[in-house]
Design a protein. Structure first.
Lengths: 150, 79
């Protein structure tokens, strides 16, 4: 799969490195195969691109790398969906709303975390019912929801 | 849309595996109990709508070639 998005700079992702989302994403149940492509000079941000619909791409990041006190408890249902029963294997990502022109800071959405199981290369998106998991503003912006402690 | 009237203690069956039970009615608040298989996600409607809106905003923002530069500039200023 060649990723034509400007942030991916024509990266080529082998079929074997795609991730399978059997349930799709929330509100987008028909997309099942995704690539996660590093964005140049923007670690830990990644471009999440659909292999089913090349026009679908968004930026994601691991909340744990950006927020010191982020935690998400995975349920047995989550682990079953991922085909993995070792929670320590799981990687958690959150979608990022990049800043529009002006002073509005970027935002991280903790309400709908994306959970990846590297061993099975499966992913799911879940709803976090943790009260503190709303949409938060990054890099010194004021919180748009609640704080992100957990 | 199918519209059904139910009293507290009564329920609605959806298919073979989903049951929605009216537990109580207090003022304008109805407490529901939902029994469904684990693979069926059950969420408050406004939470799901919030996530879908955030996903769409994330997708739209990623289409702006300058937006990632602005994010990195925000990070640089914050560090």
């Amino acid at each position: 799969m060649r990723v034509e998005h400007p942030l991916a700079k024509g990266a080529v992702v082998p079929e074997a490195e795609l991730w399978d989302f059997p349930e799709g994403l929330i509100g987008v149940p028909d997309l099942h195969k995704f690539a996660f492509v590093p964005i140049a000079n923007a670690d830990p941000f990644l471009l999440m691109c659909s292999a089913d619909n090349p026009a679908f791409a968004l930026v994601v990041a691991p909340p744990g790398a950006l927020l010191s006190d982020y935690a998400l408890e995975l349920s047995a249902q989550d682990l079953q969906a991922l085909g993995s029963f070792d929670a320590d294997d799981a990687r958690i990502l959150a979608t990022v709303i990049l800043p529009a022109a002006g002073d509005r800071p970027p935002q991280l959405n903790l309400r709908g975390p994306i959970i990846l199981a590297p061993r099975t290369r499966r992913g799911v998106q879940r709803v976090s019912h943790e009260e503190s998991h709303g949409t938060i503003e990054l890099f010194g912006g004021a919180s748009a929801g609640a704080s992100c402690s957990s | 849309m199918l519209v059904l009237s139910r009293r507290p203690g009564e329920h609605i069956a959806i298919g073979e595996n989903v049951v929605v039970r009216v537990l109580s009615v207090k003022g304008d608040t109805i407490q529901l109990g939902i029994e469904a298989p684990r693979h069926i996600a059950v969420h408050r409607g406004e939470i799901r709508a919030q996530i879908i809106a955030a996903m769409e905003a994330a997708r739209a923002s990623a289409a702006d070639p300058a937006a990632m530069k602005r994010l990195l500039e925000s990070r640089r200023k914050d560090s």
